[in-house]
Design a protein around this ligand. Sequence first.
Ligand code: FAD
Length: 402
Amino acid sequence: MTERQNSSVRPESAAVVILGAGPAGLTLGNLLHAHGIDCVVLERAERAALGTRARAGFLAANTVRTLERHGLADGLRRDGRPHGVCEFRTDDGRFRLDYGSLGHREQHTVYPQQDLVADLLAHYLDTGGRIAFGTEALAVHDADGTRPTVSARDAHGRPTRWRARYVAGCDGRHGAARRSLPPSALRHHRDHGVSWLGLLAQAPPSLDAVGYATHRGGFAGHMARTPEVTRYYLQCDRGTPADSWTDEQVWDLLDLRMRAAEHGPLRRGGIIGRTVVDLCSDVVEPLRHGSLLLAGDAASLVSPSAAKGANLAVLEAELLAEALVDDLAHGEPGALEQYSRRGLARIWRAQEFSHWMIRLLHTDPGTDGESFFHESMRRSRLESLRTSRAHQDWFAENYVGV
Ligand code: FAD
């Protein structure tokens, strides 16, 4: 579809057009709708596919409080499970941090992202929220003015067009919002040079803790999802295809790196999901570009090393909703600039901690002086975390807090 064909389509309109129905877009849609702001969500996927994408699972205390404050937490209050312990396994043995009783004494709530998305969607639709499924946004036009439009195509490939006062880009890292940014937008990108094979196993958790294993062969991680499903991570070489190891090889590698012979066997089951994630950080500055506003992964991509992405998405959506209500309902100048400032401060905090986690979790297998230096620093950092109460409090505050 050409832009010319698209511009001949009669536009529909809303005060705020939200691109994407993930945690960011649906939280924003619910909050704006609750405040009587006319909004619509455009979502590329069909409805049935929306509640099936298994990704995050650890919700920070602040995220849960935010969802509770807006009446969006019934499902996670009913089915979510509190979690407050992590265990590090290394060549020097293992140690546990009861982070729920350290720092601010806050815990995670384990609740799969796909269930959260399903809850947010159900609430939005039940309260009369507007959403166009199967609608892919292609570009945001005239974002520097006060009447931006969004060109899109529906599930049949037909062009559609939406006119708005503001467009909220909540359509992730590869969405139309990022493609439509002006040249003046700053994009800070850092490739951490590490890849993880993310696995979902049809198997109960093997530990009552988040497990982080550092091993010369590469990192391995364990995170509970539900009583029947567990997420595991295996560090792999960049470019490794997701299906390069059989299920048995995957379990053998997990056993080896998590030192099952020493600390107890892992509970095996079928591998039902595989994704390769290249760990990188990516931040767009500012979060406001005229009438185009960014939230969630569209604003910043944070590696899954500290489980921050979905949490940031919900928290930014709340900040953005407050700013949009202040702007649209109360005519407050400056509210949206403040959104950008406050959102970025939170994003950089999460980036710093995730970066710190990446440095903590990955061994440097090299044999030269530089590798020896980095590896010694990493081990010293881990030892400080094992022995220093002050360091443990700092860890807990950053690990559960966003
Ligand atoms: P998304 O969830 O990506 O939603 C974007 C939506 O926009 C999607 O529904 C998509 O279909 C739609 N869309 C995209 N393009 C278009 C378009 N052009 N037009 C219309 N719609 C479009 N985070 C944590 O906090 N904790 C964890 O434990 C964790 N684990 C993770 C594990 C893995 C394997 C991965 C990949 C990620 C993990 N994350 C985790 C990160 C977290 O899943 C993301 O940060 C989160 O999904 C971001 O939410 P979002 O709403 O910004 O984007």
